[in-house]
Design a protein around this ligand. Structure first.
Ligand SMILES: [Zn+2]
Length: 317
């Protein structure tokens, strides 16, 4: 009888994989770099390689696996397993479910990574037993996810919950989506890095000068510069939190969620700094009577929330 689940977190630079046992606990992990720039075949081969390595290292066979499931960035129909579009992966109208199933001889599911991250937190993490949850995941970019009336809400054609592209200032900094002043352009790692780079260019002294590579800072460096009172690091954090508070205020007014859950790499490393600041600022940007019933919390599955969400996607079937 098959009793294991294999779950994947597919990104532009790496694929994380884990085996879950029948108690829904992670029993083995494997991670492999991928070169998304080298095309569909490269990412597909990496996915197959991660699954095969997990099986080999844990000494089980694909016939012991109930299903394989994955989260990936982009607009993904999680019923048909078609990736309509992905910003960091070479996929457009790509029938990935078909492609992977024909190579692995098992069932394969896939959904948007942050949607699944929020689903994971709702099923297994901090948002357990809540009916209405909004999730904001702050990493290189910013993704969103929504649980409404106790169900993952993905919008028409699976395009919903793009909280990173809520426009907060029409004359704000340029965003990767082509718009200006999106939440992502202020508060993501990219947004904060652009702000820091601008201050360095203006000749300001900051510890962050040594922390930038390829236009992005290392999260640990931001934390240490912030902790010793580096002015530019503090400004970047304050600015990021302000816009996260404005966006959260809008989500509070629109959805009246029980909880807004913050995840992603930046929250992993600096959530204890960010979340109190967001909570302190949010009251100015929403109706207090609605805000009174909202909890603001950090995701508690950390880097594994997407893996757990992928598991929840299998269990939902
Ligand atoms: Zn945008």
């Amino acid at each position: 009888m098959p009793k294991y689940y294999i779950c994947l977190d597919i990104g532009g630079t790496k694929v994380l994989g884990a085996i879950f046992d029948s108690d829904l606990k992670i029993v083995h992990r494997y991670k492999r770099k991928t070169k998304a720039s080298e095309g569909i075949k490269n990412v597909e081969d990496t996915i197959i390689n991660v699954v095969e390595t997990l099986l080999k290292e844990y000494s089980i066979d694909i016939s012991d696996v109930i299903a394989v499931s994955a989260g990936a960035p982009g607009i993904i129909n999680n019923d048909t397993g078609v990736v309509l579009f992905s910003p960091n992966l070479p996929w457009k109208n790509y029938q990935i479910k078909k492609a992977i199933e024909s190579r692995l001889s098992t069932t394969f599911y896939i959904g948007n990574d942050v949607n699944l991250g929020v689903l994971g937190e709702w099923r297994f993490g901090v948002a357990k037993k809540k009916n209405h949850v909004a999730g904001i995941f702050v990493g290189t970019g910013i993704g969103g996810g929504l649980i409404l009336n106790g169900k993952l809400y993905t919008g028409h054609h699976y395009k919903g919950a793009e909280f990173g592209h809520i426009v907060l200032n029409i004359e704000g900094p340029s965003c990767n989506c082509g718009q200006r002043g999106c939440l992502e352009a202020f508060s993501s790692k990219v947004g904060m890095s652009n702000y820091i780079a601008l201050q360095i260019k203006r000749g300001r002294k900051t510890l962050m000068s040594d922390a930038m590579s390829d236009g992005l800072f290392k999260s640990k460096a931001l934390k240490s510069a912030y902790d010793v009172g580096d002015e530019v690091a503090i400004e970047a954090v304050e600015r990021s939190c302000l816009y996260l508070a404005v966006a959260s205020g809008n989500l509070v007014n629109i959805f009246s969620p029980e909880m807004i859950c913050f995840g992603g790499g930046i929250m992993e490393s600096m959530g204890d700094v960010f979340i109190p600041k967001i909570v302190q600022k949010v009251d100015a940007y929403c109706l207090t009577s609605v805000r009174d019933t909202v909890e603001f919390v950090a995701a508690d599955l950390g880097d594994d929330s997407i893996l757990y969400g992928a598991l929840a996607l299998i269990l939902k079937q």
